[in-house]
Design a protein around this ligand. Structure first.
Ligand code: FE2
Length: 384
């Protein structure tokens, strides 16, 4: 067995850990570029914390999932500010924007020089500027991944800027910051984390280190996702979900993903729907299709036992079978009011285009079994 494992240089986890931020940032410089989400009130406390040190602060707000123009504008301001350190406080969109900005502050040129697929895909050469990823949602695990997902509206796709040099230097994960996360975000981001844990665990690049993280993460998410949604001020449940999300990010950055994420990228570009909402809706139909494809074409595959183990971990039932994982994903999505793909703008006519794009995506290659075009189309039809 051979594998590589890399993650954020320092991970600081726990309620109140945001208080460490001013001191840590001070160790990296005084000219600080802060990226926050659209609802400025939600991020005021952390921004005010940074004002307790004599920093030169510049602030940039990201309202939606970032596209090339958002990242370009943020970069321009960060360069004009001559930023020495970058702090991203928000959901995956904010954290990803910060990751791209921190990388481009120290590498010459423009975003398109480094973008996959639609850009030149040049590798980054220099270490990114010191980056502090401070998540306020529990889901994407972006604080511990090595890529930034960026929309390109002209191309109707989402593409990544990706490099081991983009792993944040600091992941500061304070579950108290997720207490104000809206119910819909708690649901969709939480199911995104579950999807990431499952896809990393059953995927072809799983390794023993990521396996350990996935097992623990599935137990935490299984016992706390519904509670965090129904009782948003329950800090124990929020803490479990923050930890599950962090673990899912570490796992996916090293073990890759599968067909849910293979679809989420192209569909996000086509529909403009949020990443979490797409993953939340697709988890059950993809899991069902993967199981039936494995049973039909690779009946002895060890992955089937993996699915059964994931089912036991997430449901907490020692006798759970792999099919119980599908039932769990279905009932959780239904109880958490996850919308169908048609609500997100998907139509029957767009299925062939979505399938073609998904088949070419990097995440699809990590799926435990290669799915046929008709199987992929059936997944989308079941999620409409
Ligand atoms: Fe995801």
């Amino acid at each position: 067995m051979t594998f590589e494992f890399a993650t954020a240089q320092r991970v600081l986890f726990g309620p109140g850990m945001r208080q460490q931020l001013p001191g840590l940032v001070a160790g990296e410089g005084t000219r600080v570029f802060v990226i926050i989400g659209g609802n400025q009130e939600r991020y005021r406390e952390v921004v005010d914390l940074l004002k307790t040190e004599p920093f030169e602060l510049a602030t940039f707000s990201v309202s939606n999932e970032p596209d090339v123009s958002t990242v370009g504008a943020a970069l321009e301001q960060a360069r004009a500010h001559r930023a020495e350190a970058v702090v991203g406080v928000g959901g995956g969109s904010v954290i990803d924007t910060g990751k791209a900005v921190a990388a481009l502050l120290t590498n010459p040129g423009k975003l398109f020089d480094y973008l996959e697929v639609i850009g030149d895909g040049h590798p980054l050469r220099a270490a990114a500027a010191p980056y502090f990823a401070v998540p306020t949602t529990a889901g994407t695990g972006s604080e511990s991944t090595r890529n930034a997902v960026i929309g390109a509206p002209d191309h109707k796709v989402k593409v990544s800027m990706r490099s081991a040099l983009m792993l944040p230097k600091y992941a500061v994960v304070d579950p108290e910051l997720t207490l104000s996360s809206p119910a819909r975000v708690t649901a969709t981001a939480g199911l995104d984390a579950c999807t990431q844990l499952i896809e990393s665990f059953v995927g072809i690049k799983a390794n023993p280190v990521t396996d350990g993280l996935c097992r623990e993460g599935l137990i935490l998410a299984g016992r706390s996702l519904r509670t965090a949604h129904a009782d948003p001020n329950n800090l124990d449940a929020r803490e479990d979900m923050s930890l599950a999300a962090l673990m899912s990010g570490i796992a996916l950055a090293n073990a890759g993903l599968g067909a849910v994420h293979g679809f989420a990228g192209p569909l996000g570009g086509m529909l403009g729907a949020s990443h979490g909402a797409l993953c939340a809706r697709l988890l059950a139909p993809v899991t069902r299709t993967n199981l039936s494809a494995l049973r039909a074409r690779q009946p002895g595959a060890p992955t089937l036992a993996r699915y059964e183990e994931a089912a036991r971990l997430v449901t907490g039932e020692v006798s759970a079978t792999a099919d119980d994982l599908v039932r769990w994903a279905e009932s959780t999505a239904s109880d958490l009011s996850i919308e169908s793909l048609s609500h997100l703008g998907m139509t029957e006519e767009r299925i062939p285009d979505a399938v073609a794009k998904a088949r070419a995506s990097g995440s699809m290659k990590g799926n435990p079994i290669e799915l046929t075009g008709s199987e992929l189309a059936a997944v989308l039809r079941a999620a409409l």
